[in-house]
Write a protein that binds this ligand. Structure first.
Ligand code: ZN
Ligand code: FE
Length: 255
């Protein structure tokens, strides 16, 4: 049976996610920004937490792990990078590993750049991508630990996934991302359509996530650093995609 996915706000602007297998009743939390809203969501659904799949070591993604593990005795799956210390990890995973959540299969993609340990989880059968702080809707994560070519490479890995996959990202940053993206590609029709949609969603106090990867490929300037229109938007026509990507990221940092 198809996975059931729930999202809910955590902390200031993080998303909490549960993915549930109706056949085996297994339930995973993708990251654990804080325990309380995750516990509430589990209670509301009548689900028991069996796994936590961690994307990277930042506190706003692991802050709730200890409390949840204590309560449920759940398995904690964490990226394999040896340089970072993620406490309570039971299983370390890397590129190409398959993580089972009951009968659901999560495929691990290493997507470093934001941090060196960052991984994304792809549930191919459920057309779901959990990209945390690598790819946001109309944006991407800040490059804290890696460099621009590394982050661009990670975005290309995610861009290679099918258009009908849904993006579940780590933060509700979409409105601010759109404001910036429109300064680069003001004539991008898909971006303008997304801007209108997001204005409507935010006015109704609804999340802008999930979104379709196909739409992101058309509207997200950070996934489009190899498009001439984006290079032109930062006056870097003819330059390499990773360089254009770096310029985009630096401009966004200052915006
Ligand atoms: Zn982060
Ligand atoms: Fe984060």
């Amino acid at each position: 049976m198809a996975a059931e996915i729930r999202l809910f706000p955590c902390l200031t602007d993080n998303f909490g996610y549960l993915i549930h297998d109706p056949d085996t009743k297994a339930t995973a939390s993708i990251d654990a920004p804080e325990a309380a809203p995750i516990l509430k969501a589990l209670e509301r659904e009548g689900w028991t937490l069996t796994d936590i799949l961690i994307t990277h070591h930042h506190h706003d993604h692991v802050g709730g792990v200890a409390e949840l593990k204590q309560k449920y005795g759940c398995r904690v799956v964490a990226p394999h990078d040896k340089s970072t210390k993620i406490a309570n990890a039971d299983l370390r995973v890397g590129q190409g590993d398959i993580v089972k959540v009951g009968a659901l299969l999560g495929r691990v993609l290493e997507t470093p750049g934001h941090t060196l340990d960052h991984v994304s989880y792809v549930f191919d059968n459920d057309k779901a991508l959990f990209a945390a702080d690598t790819l946001f809707s109309i944006g991407c994560g800040r490059v804290f630990e890696g460099d621009y070519p590394m982050m661009w490479g990670s975005l290309l890995k995610l861009r290679a996934l099918p258009d009908d996959f849904k993006l579940y990202c780590g933060h509700e940053y979409t409105a601010a991302n759109i404001k910036f993206a429109l300064t680069i590609e003001p004539d991008n029709a898909a971006l303008k359509a997304r801007a209108e949609e997001v204005t409507r969603l935010r006015a109704a106090n609804k999340p802008t996530i999930p979104t379709l990867l196909g739409e992101e490929k058309k509207a997200n300037v950070f996934l489009r650093a190899d498009e001439p229109s984006v290079a032109a938007g930062v006056r870097m026509k003819g330059r390499g995609a990773a360089e254009v990507f770096g310029e985009l990221r630096e401009r966004k940092n200052k915006s």
